[in-house]
Design a protein around this ligand. Sequence first.
Ligand code: HEM
Length: 228
Amino acid sequence: MKQKNYGPRTLLVSSLTKKYIMAAAGIFLMLFLIMHLATNLLMLMGDDGKAFEKAVKFLTQNPLIKIMEYVLFGAFLIHILIGVVLEFYNYRARPVKYKEPLRSEASPFSKFMIHTGIIILIFLVLHLWHFFFIRLGVVAIPEFAAHEKDFFNMAIHTFTNPLYSAIYLISFVFLGFHLKHAFQSAFQTFGLFHNKYNRVIKIVATIYALAIAIGFSIIPVYFLFFFE
Ligand code: HEM
């Protein structure tokens, strides 16, 4: 079957550029997750959130972090927009709907990046509603919180609710799958996925994805079952 030709070479070039930008934004987001997890794990110190509050105070008052917040939201926006556009191009460029699933060398996660991405986006809206939008004043300060940065009490309230904890935990499974492929894919995009290092990159990607997914999961589990 003759394949449809979707546009000039420039489309290919610009798709590549899009992939570079998307990968760069993705790497930034992956680094953010490490920092975000490290800060949030301070909630589990057993000191009623004192160390965590200190870290939040430092982060929310630091002008450099404030700038990084804008960069972070820019990165999210770019990553999501380009992800949707690339998915749309790929969909249109597909000559026929496959009757049988194609056997491919790609990891099974790679076929579901847009789906896991959408789930993470839905999670993110709920998550920002629980914490960040309260600090911004978009959502009113709830009665259980002393002030707009009282994230420890917000966490207690959120995660002692089994429904919210379940939603968070399920989202972290999808986040793990998304990150596993994202990590490898970023290396590939920047041409660093060499046969020699394939195995190492795959192992590091798995360790990173597992550490993030399990690390974040510990927080709702702690508040749901072990917090007194
Ligand atoms: C149990 C796990 C998590 C907890 C307890 C948690 C906690 C928080 C808290 C307290 C804030 C408000 C910080 C502030 O306004 O300064 C926040 C903001 C945010 N969280 Fe999370 N988070 C979790 C997981 C995640 C995950 C998995 C993602 C991304 C996929 C994420 C993305 C964000 C973003 C983008 C913000 C707004 C930017 C920022 O304030 O740093 N969080 N989170």
